[in-house]
Each structure stands twice: as structure tokens, then as C-alpha cells.
Design a protein around this ligand. Structure first.
Ligand code: URA
Length: 216
């Protein structure tokens, strides 16, 4: 896991497999099917890294031979919350890893003029004692990411219960995010160079939602 001195709560998963798959995703002529599969595979690999610190407890189980106190994840389990619509491409990968996780949805779109998030849907599982993994592949301006964390925090979820999982982030967006939510950990596979005049990430990979769903 790599860190950038500017962003104390940003963790960059620099595993070679993740970096290789991300490079393939960036290519302009990668098909929708391959793009989607690669995002799922990367999310699964990132999910493995970010769940490393989940607290364990023990439960008594019987093996065919003896009874033991076996390690199991402590307390209430995970909730995965994709930010619609591109986040859906990541929640599939996470669900492969934690099939019993609850799934919420936060629907926001980016106003094309102001680039500010506009909410159109919030559906969440019960909130107590869960770890929430918010996911959105692209953290560009950071406004949707900040908004989604606000949605959880307004309902009483604490900073420590939230993990933000992205694929590619821009320094501008991470700055906005860390100013708003300095204690929330964010993970991404790449911290890219900058935003262009249309708030697209450079070098980036284009519009993640369009590339996942094959829309224009
Ligand atoms: N959203 C995307 O899908 N891509 C970008 O580059 C920026 C925001």
C-alpha cells in the first residue's frame, strides 16, 4: 500500500496485478465486457486489502475431529454502498468477496454546469455497528464522495465506520474529500495527475459509467 505525503488518509493499492488490470481498463478501445470484468477483478483484489483490519472474534465450531474456537468477523457485518451508477461496477466485485454483505444505494448525479451532486435516491440497511464501504470508481471533484459520506454521517454513522473505495482519484478531489472528512479512510488504485476543464480525470479512463454500461 502506497501513500502520498499530501494525503494522510489516502491509501493507494499498488499491487502489480491491480496496476496491470487498471492499465488495460484505461485503454480507449477496451470493450465494455472486458472493462466491466477488470473492474470487478480489481475491486475484489482491493477488497481483500481493505478488509485486512476488520476485527475478528471467535465462535465455537465442531470440526469432524474436535471442537475449537474458530476466528470469525466480529460484530455486525459489512454494508456495501455503491454510489450510482458507476459504483455498481465495484459492488459486484465486493459481493464476490463478502456474499452476505448488506447493500445500500446512494444515487447522485453530477450537475453538468455546477459539477455539484444532486441526490435522487438513498436506500440503506440498518445502520448500527456496521462497517460501510462506499464505492465509486472515479473521485474527480470529490463532491459526490463528500456528499455520500454526509448522507451516512447525518444518520449517525461515524467516520471510523466508513471506508471509501475508488479506482482512480484526482488530487483536487482528494483534497476536497479530506478537508470535509479528514478522518475517513479512502482507498484507490491510482492517484492521477489532475482534472481537465470538464472535470474529467487526466489521464483517467473516460466516463466510468458509460464504459461499464456501454452507454454514451
Ligand atoms: N467521472 C468519470 O466517470 N470520469 C472522470 O474522469 C470524472 C468523473
Amino acid at each position: 500500500m502506497k501513500q502520498d505525503p499530501r494525503f494522510p488518509n489516502l491509501f493507494i493499492t499498488d499491487h502489480p496485478l491491480i496496476q496491470h488490470k487498471l492499465s488495460h481498463m484505461r485503454e480507449h478501445d477496451t470493450s465494455t465486457r472486458t472493462f466491466r470484468e477488470l473492474l470487478k477483478e480489481i475491486t475484489l483484489l482491493m477488497g481483500y486489502e481493505i478488509t485486512r483490519d476488520l476485527p475478528l472474534t471467535t465462535r465455537e465450531i465442531k470440526t469432524p475431529l474436535v471442537t475449537i474456537d474458530a476466528p470469525v468477523i466480529a460484530g455486525k457485518k459489512l454494508a456495501i454502498v455503491p454510489i450510482l451508477r458507476a459504483g455498481i461496477g465495484m459492488s459486484d466485485g465486493l459481493l464476490n468477496l463478502v456474499p452476505s454483505a448488506r447493500v445500500g444505494h446512494i444515487g447522485v448525479y453530477r450537475d453538468p454546469t455546477t459539477h455539484m451532486p444532486v441526490e435522487y435516491l438513498v436506500r440503506l440497511p440498518d445502520l448500527s455497528e456496521r462497517t460501510f464501504i462506499l464505492c465509486d470508481p472515479m473521485v474527480a471533484t470529490g463532491n459526490s464522495a463528500v456528499y455520500a459520506v454526509d448522507v451516512l454521517k447525518k444518520r449517525g454513522v461515524t467516520d471510523e465506520q466508513i471506508i471509501f473505495l475508488a479506482l482512480v482519484a484526482a488530487p483536487e478531489g482528494v483534497t476536497v474529500f479530506q478537508n470535509a472528512h479528514p478522518k475517513v479512510k479512502m482507498y484507490c488504485a491510482s492517484l492521477d495527475s489532475h482534472l481537465d476543464d470538464h472535470a474529467y480525470i487526466v489521464p483517467g479512463l473516460g466516463d466510468a459509467g458509460d464504459r461499464i454500461f456501454g452507454t454514451k
